[in-house]
Ligand binder design. Structure first.
Ligand SMILES: [Zn+2]
Length: 320
């Protein structure tokens, strides 16, 4: 009976996808196909760059030597580099041992010194490099929950300057704003806004792949969509994601619709009494939630997303 329900739901989604019924234009996320390659820096706007890569078939934190990759290219978190006449403001810093590579990559576009480091959240693939910048005497500014998450997980390199809901930084005539708009990926997610460029860095609130809800880090699927709705109230036209290529505002809107669609499916599933133990394997999750029409069936973050599905089910089952 249980299997029948799972198969039936999967079949319904497959049918909807195959026939195009229920499909919305742009609903499916067409993720970037990456090739192996070194770290690189791309222009975003005048005075703003993004450091991406290196691109490898394994994310080091989850892929010890000798373990085969998953057939996908992975990269540590996207770094934003804002150039001001008085030096550089960086957003995130990848893994600790990528420091030399990060600095050399930035040096290809500017010789100005790094003055401040801002963090989008506490995850190691984004901010392990904090420890290097602290040693260099550079202040690290972040939401207070990010610092608390560093301390709670005993990770070195915790931010030394914190703010509650909003922070501001002014350097060389450039204004930078930091907004904590609510929980989502974690409980400390921060949007870094460059108002003169109408550009933002979104951290892992929006990525080129399936969303990851870090429940242990204070994440929430219900709050996640509300937080993305609040991102859309900011006046921006280009957005750096936590991982992957740049987003337009319309692409962030489409990401929100995708997430709302998935939440609705999980809510209906959990409310219907569908047994949680039928959401164990990746294949089960993909079939039951019908993630292929969202483009989330095989992204860099799909496996990590699956790891949180049990608590996702619980959250939606308890939702009003
Ligand atoms: Zn993250």
């Amino acid at each position: 009976m249980r299997i029948t329900i799972a198969l039936a739901l999967g079949a319904v989604f497959a049918l909807l996808t195959a026939t195009g019924i229920g499909q919305q234009p742009g609903l499916r996320q067409e993720v970037e196909v990456l090739q192996p390659g070194p770290m690189r820096i791309d222009p975003v706007k005048e005075g703003l760059f993004v450091v991406r890569g290196p691109f490898s078939p394994c994310m080091r934190s989850t892929c010890p030597p000798g373990r085969p990759g998953d057939g996908l290219m992975h990269e540590s978190g996207d770094i934003a580099v804002r150039v001001t006449p008085d030096g550089l403001i960086l957003v995130d810093d990848k893994f600790t041992d990528q420091l030399a590579d990060v600095l050399a990559t930035i040096r290809t576009v500017t010789s100005l010194p790094v003055r401040y480091m801002l963090n989008t959240h506490h995850h190691g693939d984004h901010v392990s490099g904090n420890v290097n910048f602290r040693q260099m005497g550079i202040d690290i500014i972040a939401h207070r929950n990010i610092r608390e998450n560093f301390l709670r997980t005993k990770a070195p390199g915790e931010p030394n300057i914190t703010f509650a809901d909003q922070g501001s930084l002014h350097l060389g005539g450039v204004d930078v704003q930091m907004f904590h708009l609510g929980r989502g990926h974690t409980n400390g997610d921060t949007i870094v806004y460059f108002p003169d460029l109408k550009a933002i860095h979104m951290g892992d609130l929006v990525i080129d792949g399936a969303p990851v809800i870090d429940y242990a880090g204070g994440g929430s699927a219900i709050e996640f969509v509300k937080t993305i709705e609040r991102i859309l109230t900011i006046d921006f036209d280009v957005a750096i994601p936590g991982h992957g290529k740049l987003f337009t505002k319309d692409e962030v809107r489409a990401y929100l619709v995708r997430f709302q669609t998935m939440n609705q499916r999980m809510r209906e599933l959990a409310k219907s009494g569908f047994p949680k133990d039928r959401l164990q394997t990746l294949d089960q999750v993909l079939a039951v939630l019908g993630l292929s029409d969202l483009g989330w069936e095989n992204t860099v973050s799909t496996a990590t997303f699956r790891g949180g599905v049990g608590r996702y089910y619980d959250e939606m089952a308890a939702a009003p």
